[in-house]
Design a protein around this ligand. Sequence first.
Ligand code: HEC
Length: 131
Amino acid sequence: MTTRTLVSLALSALIGILALAACGAQATTPAAAPASAVGDAARGETVFTSAGCAGCHSVGSDQLVGPGLAGIVNGKGPYGDKLPNGELITDASLIEWIKVGGVGKIGQMPGNNTLTDQELADIVAYLKTLE
Ligand code: HEC
């Protein structure tokens, strides 16, 4: 085997590896995009307490620091079908609100940037069970 052959073999191997890596990267790109996690209401109830939401929100209609969250996704909250920031209540806008927080006529809600996408989806699933 000549040096030339070795070099060309090494190059082919390298190109093969690069091609594989490129394919691999392409294949994982969709998965890397924020997958919309499917929420679990029972887990959401636990997170609602552990993340401190319950310190400011009842799950009935009485106001603590923030409004009671009963019926919040059914238009029964203080802003009807909207959030304090004027956004229409959807899964996505709820998740954004919880992450970022905001101010409305009642007061200031601090954002929570420690929750995972799964925990956020779980909280939203739980909020939907509150009537
Ligand atoms: C330090 C207190 C505090 C904490 C902790 C808190 N919130 Fe809030 N939240 C508020 C206040 C105050 C408002 C009302 C803002 C306004 O309307 O003036 C609010 C508003 C909301 C709303 C909108 C209600 C509506 O009328 O549209 C939702 C939903 C909500 N909070 C969910 C949560 C969740 C879920 C958590 C836990 C991750 C949480 N909050 C943690 C104080 C808090």
